[in-house]
Design a binder for this molecule. Sequence first.
Ligand code: RB5
Length: 146
Amino acid sequence: MKKVYIGCDHAGFAIKGLVIKLLQKRGYEVEDLGTYSSERVDYPDYAEKVARAVAADKESFGVLICGTGIGMSIAANKIKGIRAAEVHDYYTAQMARAHNDANIVCFGERVVGPGVVESIIDAWCNTEFEGGRHENRVKKIMALEE
Ligand code: RB5
């Protein structure tokens, strides 16, 4: 069973429960790394927790939710081995997997509603990395870490 690490800040807390349920319904084992209330916190702390967990567990992927998805993706991409993609809808979630082999999906609770979140999870879970011409491009991204 594929493992999913999920994290949010206070601005993503309200929708996190729905996301966990959607992932569990699809058979994933979900580990919730916080935050656990709507009390104000700093999103980089949760981006770091999820990004380090995903970087250490190559078979897993991560989900990060904040107000916009922007801060979470910026912070998570600082961790070696992470390709965090901020997505907005089915298409961007699908492309983040198919072309970028992203291993963390980020989105904003203040940007997308429950219906769009479900389509993001659908696209993310049902799309494999295409490889081929994208393989070398992803390798070039990872080489930028050196
Ligand atoms: C919190 O107000 C907000 O700045 C944060 O959730 C996120 O949107 C940052 O990128």
